[in-house]
Design a protein around this ligand. Structure first.
Ligand SMILES: Nc1ncnc2c1ncn2[C@@H]1O[C@H](COP(=O)(O)OP(=O)(O)OP(=O)(O)O)[C@@H](O)[C@H]1O
Length: 313
């Protein structure tokens, strides 16, 4: 598939430089964002409600006019080369919008026509199969469930075989099983060389899927790092220690950030990994006269990082 993509094949699939957006009425939705999304990755754009994620994507889609900065899609500047920029990207919007009187097959054929894909190069049935809608090919779109409509939107975004697929909150309202199917397809596209950009509220989803994550808050990019590095930034660690007898008052120690009694014999201790390590924490428990029977640790996850970063910004 990759060799059918438009050239040049740049290092960055998307390059955003000092991008700003002030809406009519004065709302500054994006404040000087610079971001480079590497080719071939699954990139997650995260942020709380109203952070500016959809604004960023809508600028790339040509649906919202930026008020400052520039953006390149697959090396094509969205102002200087809008046609090639548009042909290089497929966008799955947050809102479900279809003409309800067309069937899924017709919807894809119409979209292919819009992009000027010749009839012999169209892949409508193949795409419907890929998103598990083959048996609905000739049903009216209005009879599809919400999850089916969303999968049809993904197929619709891929009719012109773009090298970049952007999904704006693709799994909102999609049940767990369909979500898994959707991600399996997205992963498959990525394996075929398609760069994926997605926005999501589901941190677990981003953590599981994305190679790299950018976090936007109040229109500013507050971090942009490989997922693993981001998770390593979480400083809070939690260790649960089961001891050999009932405890009335939990022990105190300077290396504990917080200590709670989860039950009579279980201490839940939070410590900062830049200031203490598990060995020190356990020694402190033993030094208080308690013998340790069991230890369970919990690794920090993206949620910890996200909360820390968005609270600090
Ligand atoms: N057409 C508009 N006119 C004025 N303000 C807008 C418009 N669209 C969005 N905004 C504002 O710009 C800010 C960013 O909105 P945006 O939709 O980009 O955020 P988001 O990160 O996608 O949020 P969500 O996850 O809720 O979709 C918000 O404060 C929003 O209210």
């Amino acid at each position: 598939m990759t060799d059918t993509f438009p050239s040049p094949a740049p290092q960055a699939a998307i390059e955003i430089t000092n991008l700003s957006k002030v809406y009519k009425g004065g709302k500054r939705a994006l404040d000087n964002i610079s971001l480079s999304i590497p080719r071939g990755q699954i990139y997650g754009l995260l942020g709380p409600n109203g952070a500016g994620k959809s604004t960023t994507i809508n600028i790339l889609a040509g649906l919202v006019n930026k008020t400052g900065g520039s953006a390149k899609i697959w090396g094509f500047d969205i102002d200087q080369n809008p046609r090639n920029a548009k042909n290089s990207i497929g966008i799955v919007p947050q809102e479900i919008v279809f003409d309800p009187f067309f069937t899924p097959f017709e919807t894809l054929e119409n979209q292919a026509g819009y992009y000027g894909v010749p009839k012999d190069r169209r892949r409508s049935m193949e795409l419907l199969r890929a998103v598990h809608l083959e048996d609905k090919a000739n049903a009216y779109a209005r009879t599809l469930s919400g999850g089916m409509k969303r999968r049809l939107l993904v197929a619709k975004a891929m009719v012109h075989s773009p090298p970049i697929l952007v999904l704006d909150e693709p799994t909102a309202g999609v049940d767990v099983q369909l979500r898994q199917q959707l991600w399996a397809y997205v992963r498959e596209l990525n394996r075929q060389g398609v760069t994926i950009v997605l926005t999501t509220h589901y941190l677990e989803e981003a953590e599981e899927l994305c190679d790299r994550i950018g976090i936007i808050n109040h229109g500013k990019l507050i971090t942009d790092k490989p997922t693993r590095e981001l998770i390593a930034m979480a400083q809070e660690k939690v260790v649960q220690v089961t001891v050999d007898r009932d405890v009335a008052t939990p022990p105190a120690d300077p290396c504990f950030e917080k200590v709670e009694l989860s039950d009579e014999r279980t201490l839940t201790i939070t410590y900062m990994k830049n200031r203490a390590n598990a060995g020190q924490v356990l020694s402190a428990v033993q030094a208080s006269g308690l013998a340790i029977v069991d230890v369970v640790t919990r690794d920090p996850d993206l949620e910890d990082v996200f909360l820390n970063l968005t609270a600090a910004a």
